[in-house]
Design a protein around this ligand. Structure first.
Ligand code: UGA
Ligand code: MN
Length: 345
C-alpha cells in the first residue's frame, strides 16, 4: 500500500512539474499579447503633435538649463571679484555711519549712497535703521552692494519722532542710531590697534569721492565746507592761510554755536574717539546743536584740521530729497489696491 500510494504521488508531482511551465508560458504569451494590444491602442490614439510638443518642451528645458548655468557662472564671477575696490591692510578704514528710516524714497537714497561708497577703498558702512527690526529692504540692499557693512537697528521713541508739519530743527534726527553705531565701534574695535576714521554720512546727502580721500588721514578731528546748508550756498570754516588753522566760520544760522557746522562737515579719528568712551549724541539738545555738543567733547577750534584745500573746495552737499507726491497712490489704496504690489520700490 505504502509503495503504490507513493508511486501515484510521484506521478502527480511529475504532472504538476510538467504542467507548470506550460501554464506559465500561456500566461506569459497572454500578457505579451495584452501588452502589444495596449501598445497598439496607445499608438493609434496618440496625438501626432504630442512628440513635437514633448520635443519642444525638452528643447526649452535644455535652453533654460543653459541660461541658468551661464547665470550661475556670472554670479560666481561677480562674487569672486568684489564690487568695491580692493582692501589695502595698510590704509586706515573709513567707518561711514548712516542712520536711515522707512519712507517712499528710502531705497533710492540708499542705492545712490551705496553706489558712491562702493567706489571708496577700505570703507566699512555701518547702517542703522530707525526701526524695531532689520527690514527686508535694507537687508537685501546691503547684501547686494558687496560692501563691508554692519547692519544695526535702533528705534527712535514715538515722542522724539519728527511730525509732518513740525519745523526741521525742533527734534533731532539720527541721534540714537548714531549712538548705536558708536557703541558697535567701541565693542568691536581696539583703540590701540585699529586705525581709521569715523564719518557720519546721512542717507540723503550728495558725496564726492574726493571727500573720502581727504578725510582718511584725520589725526583728531578734520573739517571742510558743506554745500547747501545753514541757509547758505556753502557753510565753511574760515582758515588763516598763514598758519593753516581754523579761526572761525562763515555760518549765518545760529552762529553762536561752538561748532556751527553740519554733520556732513567733519570726521573723527577712530582711536581719538575710542579713547573717549563717554562721547555720544544726546536727544535733549537744542535744535541744530548736535554737532556742537559732540565736538565740544572731542576738540577745540584751534586743533581742527582743515581739509579740502584749506576749506576752499566743496566735496559734500546737504541735499534733501523732496517727499514725492503720492496722491494717486492714496486713491488706489482707498480702493484696496496699490501700484507697488509685489514690487519693491
Ligand atoms: C540735519 C543734519 O544734516 C543731520 O545730520 C542732523 O541729524 C539733523 O539736521 C538734525 O538736526 O538732527 P536733515 O537733512 O534736516 O539734517 O535731516 P535728515 O536727513 O532728515 O536726517 C538725518 C539722518 O537721520 C538721515 O540719515 C535720516 O535717514 C535719519 N533719520 C531721519 C532717521 O533715522 N529717523 C528719522 O525719523 C529721521
Ligand atoms: Mn539730510
Amino acid at each position: 500500500m505504502y509503495s503504490s500510494r507513493s508511486a501515484s504521488h510521484k506521478y502527480q508531482d511529475s504532472v504538476q512539474t510538467l504542467d507548470m511551465p506550460i501554464r506559465k508560458k500561456i500566461i506569459l504569451y497572454l500578457a505579451l499579447l495584452l501588452l502589444v494590444l495596449l501598445w497598439f491602442i496607445g499608438v493609434k490614439n496618440r496625438d501626432p503633435h504630442q512628440y513635437d510638443n514633448m520635443r519642444r518642451t525638452l528643447e526649452l528645458y535644455e535652453y533654460q538649463l543653459k541660461e541658468s548655468k551661464e547665470h550661475m557662472a556670472e554670479t560666481m564671477r561677480l562674487l569672486g571679484r568684489r564690487d568695491c575696490v580692493t582692501w589695502d591692510p595698510d590704509l586706515p578704514v573709513i567707518y561711514a555711519i548712516t542712520p536711515t528710516y522707512a519712507r517712499p524714497v528710502q531705497k533710492a537714497e540708499l542705492t545712490r549712497l551705496s553706489h558712491t561708497l562702493m567706489l571708496v577703498q577700505n570703507l566699512h558702512w555701518i547702517v542703522v535703521e530707525d526701526s524695531d527690526h532689520k527690514t527686508a529692504l535694507v537687508s537685501s540692499l546691503l547684501t547686494e552692494t558687496h560692501l563691508n557693512f554692519t547692519h544695526l537697528y535702533e528705534q527712535t521713541p514715538a515722542e522724539w519722532k519728527h511730525k509732518p508739519k513740525e519745523p526741521n530743527w525742533v527734534k533731532p534726527r539720527g541721534v540714537l542710531q548714531r549712538n548705536k553705531a558708536l557703541a558697535w565701534l567701541r565693542a568691536n574695535l581696539n583703540a590701540e590697534v585699529d586705525r581709521g576714521v569715523v564719518y557720519f554720512a546721512d542717507d540723503d546727502n550728495a558725496y564726492s569721492l574726493q571727500l573720502f580721500n581727504e578725510m582718511r588721514l584725520t589725526r583728531e578731528v578734520s573739517v571742510w565746507p558743506v554745500g547747501l546748508v545753514g541757509g547758505l550756498m556753502v557753510e565753511k570754516p574760515e582758515v588763516n592761510l598763514t598758519t593753516g588753522r581754523v579761526v572761525g566760520w562763515n555760518s549765518q544760522w545760529r552762529p553762536e554755536r561752538p561748532f556751527p557746522i553740519d554733520m556732513a562737515g567733519f570726521a573723527i579719528n577712530l582711536q581719538h574717539l575710542l579713547k573717549r568712551p563717554e562721547v555720544k549724541f544726546l536727544l535733549q539738545v537744542k535744535g541744530g546743536w548736535q554737532e556742537s555738543e559732540l565736538l565740544t567733547h572731542l576738540t577745540t577750534l584751534d586743533r581742527l584740521e582743515p581739509l579740502a584745500d584749506n576749506c576752499t573746495k566743496v566735496y559734500v552737499w546737504h541735499t534733501r530729497t523732496e517727499a514725492p507726491k503720492l496722491n494717486m497712490e492714496d486713491k488706489l489704496k482707498a480702493k484696496g489696491k496699490r501700484s507697488d504690489d509685489g514690487i519693491q520700490v
